[in-house]
Design a protein around this ligand. Structure first.
Ligand code: LLP
Length: 440
């Protein structure tokens, strides 16, 4: 992140706080969020997209996708930065509300929302519920009627644009669970059903084509198809849908040699593509929104681990690899084992001038796939007690953490201007035992 520095004695500091001091106070593993960087990434989306669309007289709302990492303080930061919030469950909704995000600025997602989630969203007065099935349209209309409210809805559209880093995170091709298909006509039928439902107010269409997307073309294509659908809706009803959401998915760099998508570049390219379509189809521009999660939270977070055991292993090709075991692993970062995700690592507590050797940072869980960083060159003298930092773990790290092997999920602390504060405290053994029902 932007405020990581190596001090004179070789130790890293983040947000002006020495990592040794952070772990001294909060233990390891530890997720560290650089608040300044997090906010700057959020406001950069707001400003770049705002400007790019303002050139055409249009407006954009930025919904931070809370699934990347959410806690009430982050909800409050996003509110202060003028963002909205995308939540995908009752739990995320409650956390967002606790942080003071106004319900009207929250959008609720989910392909199989429970009645309780929908009811709570309606009572809280969320700004939009993104409906994902005909079943949901019926249920929501009935719940809204029962509660005497009108539910603001958008329809989640499957555009057929195939994008995204890994099969499990691509979401707009036909053969997957999300959305209503544009090609088959289901999306249009859902729009008409919402339009006619007495207790729903249809505000627009939504799509999310995938995650860790590197290509602006995929976003452009998706925007074009969405505006085509909007024009078709106008042609058949005479009404213009006021809002179009293009989802998240902006790629970040996990390792030095990787590529990312530049939000500024994406903003202008998408706005221009939209302008070209609007020129052809005519009518008034909708209000746009996007939902970046990873691109805001990811680079702003790093994880600190303590090295426990180091082994050297002979490889078949005659080489050697250092296995550096740290005190966390797949329970605090599921991404390597789930998606084959790559990260990098560095010694955080000191500098070393030793030779670099092929290394693998592994966790402490009981399986060989428990890898934190598959391939990295680290100094030969990495030893028990050293702190290792793994950058770019701010998104989908803590939010996907588990208690596998009854691990205690690490704390999340934020740092800024030389100060740290706890965002989420570490699990304790008492927390674990509190959920366990003892024998009589
Ligand atoms: N909007 C919707 C409707 C989404 O489903 C998602 C992500 C986002 C926005 C935010 O996408 P982002 O900008 O963060 O790429 N666990 C996976 C990522 C799954 C993303 C699911 N939905 C990972 O660790 O890579």
């Amino acid at each position: 992140s932007s405020t990581v520095q190596r001090g004179e004695d070789g130790a890293l500091s983040v947000g002006g706080v020495d990592v040794r001091e952070l772990v001294g106070e909060h233990g390891t593993p530890l997720y560290v969020v650089d608040e300044t960087d997090f906010r700057a990434r959020a406001s950069a989306f707001r400003d770049h997209f705002g400007e790019a669309f303002a050139r055409h007289g249009a407006e954009v709302d930025i919904y931070y996708a809370g699934k990347a990492f959410l806690c009430s303080q982050v909800s409050s930061w996003m509110h202060e930065e003028g963002l909205h919030l995308d939540v995908a469950s009752l739990g995320e909704l409650e956390i967002a509300l606790r942080g003071g995000m106004p319900a009207a600025r929250i959008g609720l997602h989910g392909n199989n929302k429970a009645d309780d989630e929908l009811r709570r969203a309606l009572i809280a007065g969320v700004g939009r519920i993104i409906v994902d099935s005909f079943t949901e349209i019926e249920i929501l209309d009935a719940l809204a009627r029962e509660l005497g409210v009108v539910a603001p809805v958008m329809v989640r559209v499957t555009t057929g644009v195939h994008a995204g880093g890994h099969e499990y995170i691509a979401t707009a091709h036909e053969d997957q669970k999300f959305g209503l298909s544009l090609a088959s006509g289901a999306a249009m039928r859902a729009l008409l059903a919402c339009h006619e439902a007495p207790h729903l107010r249809l505000s627009g269409i939504h799509t999310h084509i995938g995650s860790q997307i590197m290509s602006i073309d995929a976003f452009r294509e998706s925007a074009e198809r969405m505006l085509g659908l909007r024009a078709a809706f106008t042609a058949s009803t005479g009404d213009e849908l006021p809002e179009v959401d293009l989802g998240g998915g902006y790629a970040i760099r996990y390792t030095e040699d990787a590529e990312a998508l530049d939000p500024a570049e994406a903003a202008y390219a998408i706005a221009d593509a939209v302008a070209a379509v609007m020129e052809t189809v005519g009518g008034t521009w909708p209000r746009f929104s996007i939902e970046p999660g990873r691109a805001i939270a990811g680079p702003a977070g790093l994880t600190l681990y303590r090295v426990g055991v180091v082994k050297s292993v002979d490889l078949e090709d005659g080489g050697r690899r250092a296995y550096i075991a740290v005190d966390g692993g797949m329970s605090d970062n599921m991404r390597p084992v789930t998606y084959g995700a790559n990260y990098t690592a560095a010694i955080a507590s000191r500098e070393s001038s030793a030779d670099l050797v092929a290394s693998r940072v592994v966790g402490k869980h009981c399986e060989s796939g428990d890898i934190v960083v598959r391939d990295v060159r680290l100094p030969l003298d990495v030893a028990r007690g050293d702190l290792v930092a793994v950058p770019a773990t701010g998104a989908y790290g803590r939010s996907m953490a588990s208690n596998y092997n009854a691990a205690l999920r690490p704390a999340v602390v934020s740092v800024r201007d030389g100060q740290s504060r706890v965002l989420v405290r570490r699990d304790t053994i008492e927390d674990l035992l509190a959920l366990d029902v003892a024998p009589e």
